[in-house]
Every structure is written in structure tokens, then in C-alpha cells.
Design a protein around this ligand. Structure first.
Ligand SMILES: [Fe+2]
Length: 145
């Protein structure tokens, strides 16, 4: 079954102001578009497993980058709840992808369209509502340093 998906375009409003984070977000956007292009003509279980595996490992690496920055800039101390919520969104994303992968392995049918819809909207919401807060905090504290 083929799926059509609007490509996720990088928008200026995605910029957090922190180059390291923005570069990784651009890679994530690119990765999701590559996944969509692939899934447009191949929604085999192998492909879904490969895509979710690659995405999960890059996402974990990316979360680590952000969480190292949180440590370095004292985000938990400085932002309290926002830091807590940020970490829990990372955890929730990782466990959702892990459970999708478990579902795939046990033969559950997952549509490419649903998967892409979840991934794209999670990334956009997370960048706009959560990563941008972290970015603003880092930018403010860089200026102080
Ligand atoms: Fe994040």
C-alpha cells in the first residue's frame, strides 16, 4: 500500500537559536522526508523496522545532545517544570517508538501514513513548544557567561 505525505519543510520558526540543536533538527526533518519517500513505494515490514530503528538511534543521540546542554546550562535548576516536561517528552517518544517496533516484530499492522503522521507532528510540536524554550534559555545564559 502506498502512502502520500506532504514533505515536512524546514521553517524559520523551527530555529531554537542553538546551532548544534538546529543542525540535528534539520537532519531529523531530512530523515523523516527520506522515510516518507521510501514508504511511498515500500511499506514492507523490513522497511518499517529499518526506518524506526534508524530514527530511534538518531533520536536518542539527539536527546542526549539536548540533555547534555541542559546539564551544562543548569536547565533543571533554572527552569524547573519545563526541564522536567522536556525530559518526559523525550522518554515518551522513545518508548512510543520502541513499542511500535515491538508491534512490528510481533506482526501488528502499522500503516506508514499513521507512523509518519505521528513522527512529523511529534517533531514539529516538540520543536515549537519544548525545544524552543530550551533554546531561549541557553541563548540567555550564553549571553550572561
Ligand atoms: Fe527536545
Amino acid at each position: 500500500m502506498a502512502t502520500t505525505q506532504q514533505p515536512l519543510m524546514w521553517r524559520d520558526e523551527f530555529a531554537t537559536g542553538v546551532a548544534e540543536i538546529d543542525e540535528q533538527h534539520m537532519i531529523l526533518v531530512h530523515t523523516l522526508n527520506e522515510a516518507a519517500a521510501k514508504l511511498a513505494h515500500d511499506t514492507s515490514q523490513e522497511t518499517l523496522e529499518q526506518i524506526t530503528q534508524d530514527l530511534l538511534s538518531y533520536a536518542l543521540y539527539h536527546f542526549e545532545t539536548e540533555e547534555d546542554l541542559m546539564q551544562r546550562y543548569g536547565y533543571a535548576e533554572g527552569a524547573g517544570d519545563a526541564a522536567e516536561q522536556h525530559l518526559s517528552q523525550h522518554r515518551a517518544f522513545s518508548s512510543k517508538v520502541v513499542s511500535v517496533r515491538e508491534g512490528l516484530k510481533s506482526g501488528m499492522k502499522i500503516t506508514a501514513a499513521d507512523l509518519l503522521e505521528f513522527l512529523n507532528s511529534w517533531l514539529v510540536n516538540h520543536i515549537l513548544n519544548t525545544d524552543k524554550k530550551l533554546g531561549a534559555f541557553i541563548v540567555a545564559h550564553k549571553a550572561e557567561a
